[in-house]
Design a binder for this molecule. Structure first.
Ligand code: PLP
Length: 455
């Protein structure tokens, strides 16, 4: 696509603002994935299902802060919860233990079959990092296995084979570990085993080969939030990891509170050893948590007030206890927002209405594309889906290579001009405030986009 035609003349202020940002922020973005060529759209305001940019354009938002905003923008229960919390506490944060940490932990234990104890972090990234360190501390083994195409945050250990080039990625059933970024030390490439998603036989073979060095297998139960693990695959993976003494980590940062209130584990009926959470848990604020089996989680419990200033004891403590810290861990204002969000989702009918609306949008889009003779399927589960322009089955990262990405990108750019905010090529996340009218407008926008790109 000609770069000049990518975004419209209605976005002049965004373009100007982006130029200013580029002078002081590398690439003008604070996360690489937030870049859109030729310039991102700079947002100024949100309300319900809508975003408004600096030029005053309105968008129906399907990014929803990468899925975090399940109640949409500026929901009154979140605003009320944080202001009440701060007013009553008289501060934003205590820096000490407080009651909401326990209240939220009890809620997570009630909802997630795999969670018996909880620790908080400040992001999904930190949650998976802590989950992996916990598994390594517990097993005493040095390596991690992850699946090709699965994202667990932007740090060295998991920036492996998230979106690898096929010419570097090896055989589909025995993929190579490919670093995703400059600066990832070789150590992590050498100590990360990459597995093929939804291929139980190949996964089992690789796990058996490396069983003595593997601390954990981490996976997104729904890859990228939209490609579901097959139930038999999940069952098999649980069975093998249990047999081989490998900790099974469900990264439910995307699926937590979205696939169901108890995440993917509740839907699949499979209990992981450790679960990582983030996104929805913070009600729109930075948050993460891990939860898991008591026996595993207790490895981070400080030892009964032992005086860690005594040299010998300090050294023993370092070796015997997993170190986990963070100035803002368990932030009370954030937990108040998260608890208010979960309480809203727990109200009768709320999750089902969200799923029904998501299904409706998927069905109407599928019908529309069929009428326009454009090969397309929606792939997803729960409140997240993606539009994939191929009829081939989509079961893993490599299958996505069969889709017509160029056409999808052209459609997405038209949608941005037509007031539907979708990060080009990204998945669609729905909120409880996306209405039938939003859905109708979205389908209309797709129709206009299809007409434009097929001219
Ligand atoms: N794990 C999964 C499955 C994610 O989707 C993400 C973020 O998209 C992360 C981890 C990292 O979370 P955060 O961006 O909060 O660090």
């Amino acid at each position: 696509i000609e770069s000049t035609s990518l975004l419209s003349s209605q976005m002049k202020k965004s373009a100007e603002q982006y130029q200013k940002a580029c002078a002081v922020i590398p690439g003008g973005v604070t996360a690489n994935i937030k870049y859109i060529a030729p310039h991102p759209i700079i947002m100024e305001r949100g309300a319900g299902s809508k975003l408004y940019d600096v030029d005053g354009n309105e968008y129906i938002d399907y990014l929803l802060c990468y899925g975090a905003l399940i109640l949409g923008h500026g929901h009154s229960v979140v605003f009320e919860a944080i202001s009440t919390q701060m007013r009553e506490a008289g501060t934003t944060i205590f820096g000490t233990p407080h009651q909401l940490e326990t209240v939220m932990a009890e809620k997570l234990i009630e909802l997630y079959p795999g969670i018996e104890m909880v620790r908080y972090t400040n992001s999904g990234l930190e949650a998976t990092l802590l989950a992996i360190r916990t598994a390594m501390a517990y097993t005493g083994k040095p390596k991690l296995a992850k699946f090709e195409g699965h994202y667990h945050g932007g740090y060295d250990q998991v920036l492996i084979s998230v979106n690898p080039d096929m010419d570097q990625a090896g055989e589909a059933r025995n993929p190579y570990a490919v670093p995703e970024s400059k600066g990832v030390p070789d150590y992590y490439v050498e100590n990360t085993i990459v597995l093929p998603f939804n291929d139980l036989e190949a996964t089992e073979q690789i796990l058996r080969t490396h069983k003595d060095e593997l601390a954990a297998v981490i996976l997104e139960p729904i890859q990228g939030g939209f490609i579901p693990a097959e139930p038999e695959f999940m069952k098999g993976l649980r069975k093998i990891t249990e047999e081989l003494g490998i900790v099974l980590i469900f990264d439910e940062v995307k699926t937590g509170f979205r696939l169901s209130l108890g995440g993917a584990q509740k839907i699949y009926g499979i209990t992981p050893d450790i679960t990582s959470l983030g996104k929805v848990l913070g009600g729109g604020f930075p948050v993460g948590a891990i939860g898991g089996k008591r026996e595993i989680m207790m490895i981070s419990a400080p030892d009964g007030g032992r005086d860690i200033l005594t040299a010998g004891a300090a050294n023993r403590e370092k070796r015997e206890v997993l170190f986990h810290s963070g100035t803002y861990n368990g932030h009370p204002t954030v937990l108040a927002a998260g608890l208010a969000t979960i309480k809203t989702l727990e109200q009768a009918g709320v999750m089902n209405a969200l799923f029904d609306h998501t299904q409706l949008l998927r069905k109407e889009l599928e019908e529309l594309y069929r009428n326009y003779g454009v090969t397309m399927q929606t792939v997803g589960k729960g409140s997240i889906f993606n539009i994939v322009l191929t009829e081939e089955p989509i079961k893993n990262y490599r299958d996505m290579g069969k889709a017509n990405m160029q056409l999808r990108k052209e459609i997405d750019y038209e949608l941005l001009k037509l007031g539907v905010y979708i990060k080009p090529l990204n998945r669609y996340s729905m909120s409880v405030v996306h209405s039938k009218e939003d859905i109708a407008r979205t389908v209309e926008a797709h129709e206009s986009a299809l007409k434009r790109v097929r001219k």
